[in-house]
Design a protein around this ligand. Structure first.
Ligand SMILES: [Fe+2]
Length: 539
């Protein structure tokens, strides 16, 4: 199938509209599903020209909110309401007037005449007007202001959400009203701790599933790159630097690992040229990266998060690139059961081609570049789920650098991107990974895949013309098995030019219900499902 993937969303739905529900959406799915992503990539300027953002990651931020309401009686139907909002009105207005996107981007090339040298801090500290922040959410993030802004916040809202933040791979956060999605403030990681003054971070922080404490790193690029791995306490709001790492290359890193006692930062093969100094004149991440160098191993830093002893072990592995870690945990070592191994799953690429594939020119079905990545030709930009073992973490400081062991790699044909799981099992052994796959049937993701890490088999959901987004797992509170629950995925029906919220039984990927829209949700990145009483986890 070759379908038209839509990257331009409809106008905002600033007032909620009720969607048409068919099938049976279970009552336990009630709550709020937030989704991030770019809502469009073009602006008609005052001069009559059209500005086009060139990379999917630089599309104009739009946030979507699906409110799922449980039926009031057993015979009634679950209701779904939808509202959305572009959160970069000022940026779009500035582009309309000036004809250009000024400021730091992911892949947008800048006119050389506009290149200018600034201090990193000023370049990466956009004014609210320019901050295109649209990748992940943090809900009730500890350590940042929680002043109530919405009249319904706190007491009146069913979800009880106090603050809603959107994040990206820079250290800026944008605060939104949890209901209207209106931008209402900005923050930096320096608001958490004055030493977090670096420009870069991971869009995907990780939360302790029990305490709600949040973990991430801050990267200060330059001649001597410095990673500061930090922890924000959910109970006190205090931020603590767990480790300062100065013996690693500066790299574009989108996520990290958490285990019961450790944070694991893997510095993989997306290294910035000149230690990151090239960011200054390129003003975008993609053009500041070197190609993956097969001679440089990826380096894994294991950081103690319980006892204040910093980096306790380091490992090298064969080189790879990754956006998304999946899960990690500790278990008795395979060679000495009195010692500890860390097992870490991620979605790995052989090189950094995927970053270039995601230019709009390569993923829009109507563009000539899309042919370069269709079918087998796209394999260089397809990932594989890989499991790594970091053996005997207690021994490694004495013996120097350890070797990370590749336990297994799933075939690319059954692997996924935008990986999710039953987040109750984060930091613990688990079985099932959910995600979307690019099988080559279209120019983009065309399938939802469930991968069984025990049997190494997968099951799929794929239909002609349907482009699914990241599937979010919602557990059945009465379930005993890891996969008892539903998956929520926003799907574009390319044959109708409309989107819908798809609800699948996570055990067999059979549809149990959907909420149909009269509009398009442009293909986006990530989401969180929140209900009253849930923990507010970053992942
Ligand atoms: Fe991501």
């Amino acid at each position: 199938m070759l379908i038209l993937i839509q990257f331009d969303g409809d106008v905002d739905y600033r007032s909620p509209v009720e969607l048409v529900v068919t099938g049976q959406i279970p009552a336990y799915a009630a709550g709020i599903l937030y989704r991030t992503g770019p809502g469009g990539c073009q602006v008609v300027t005052e001069k009559g020209t059209t500005f086009t953002a060139s990379h999917w990651f630089d599309g104009f931020a739009q946030v979507h909110r699906f409110e799922i309401i449980a039926p009031s009686k057993p015979s009634a139907q679950t209701k779904v309401f939808y509202n959305s909002r572009k959160t970069v009105d000022k940026l779009i207005e500035n582009i309309r007037k000036s004809g250009s996107f000024k400021g730091f981007t992911f892949g947008q090339k800048h006119d050389p005449c506009e290149s200018y040298f600034k201090k990193f801090t000023s370049m990466f500290t956009p004014r609210e007007a320019d901050a295109n922040v649209n990748v992940t959410f943090s809900i009730d993030l500890p350590g940042l202001p929680s002043t109530k802004s919405s009249k319904k916040e706190g007491g009146g809202h069913a979800s009880g959400i106090q603050t809603l933040w959107v994040k990206t791979d820079a250290t800026v956060l944008k605060r939104l009203d949890p209901e209207t999605l209106e931008p209402i403030g900005m923050a930096q990681q320096t608001n958490l701790h004055p030493d977090l003054k670096g420009a870069m971070s991971a869009a995907h922080a990780k939360s302790d599933p029990v305490t709600g404490d949040v973990y991430n790193f801050n990267l200060d690029v330059g001649r001597k790159p410095t990673y500061r791995v930090f922890h924000v306490s959910a109970s006190t709001g205090e931020t603590e630097i767990l480790a300062t790492i100065t013996n690693a290359r500066s790299a574009y890193i989108h996520s990290l690992f958490l285990t019961e006692n450790h944070v694991v930062l893997c510095v993989w093969g997306s290294y910035y040229a000149y230690g990151g100094a090239k960011l200054l004149w390129e003003q975008n991440i993609l053009d500041a990266l070197n190609p993956l160098d097969e001679s440089i191993p990826s380096t894994w830093f294991v950081v103690d998060r319980k006892h204040g002893t910093g980096v306790v072990a380091t490992y090298e592995s064969t080189p790879f690139f990754c956006f998304h870690t999946i899960n990690a945990w500790e278990e008795p070592s395979t060679t000495d059961s009195s010692k500890t191994d860390i097992v870490a799953d991620l979605v790995a690429y052989d090189n950094c081609d995927i970053l270039k594939k995601l230019y709009y020119n390569n993923v829009k079905a109507t563009s000539t570049g899309s042919r370069d990545f269709v079918g087998k030709k796209g394999d260089s930009a397809r990932p594989a789920i890989k499991r790594w073992r970091l053996p005997n973490i207690e021994a490694k400081l004495e013996s120097g650098m350890g070797k990370a062991i590749l336990e297994w790699a799933a075939p690319k044909s059954s692997s996924v991107e935008l990986p999710t799981m039953n987040f109750r099992n984060i930091t613990r052994p688990y079985r099932y990974i959910y995600g979307v796959s690019d099988t080559g049937a279209s120019t983009f993701f065309d399938q939802i895949t469930k991968y069984d890490t025990h049997t190494h088999k997968n099951i799929t959901w794929q239909y002609h013309g349907q482009t699914p987004g990241e599937p979010i797992f919602v557990p059945d509170p009465k379930g005993n098995e890891e996969d008892e629950g539903v998956l929520l995925s926003v799907v574009l029906d390319g044959t109708k030019g409309k989107s819908y919220l798809l609800v699948l039984d996570a055990r067999n990927l059979q549809e149990v219900g959907r909420a149909s829209m009269e509009s398009v949700v442009a293909f986006g990145f990530h989401g969180n499902h929140i209900k009253s009483g849930d923990g507010r986890l970053d992942y």
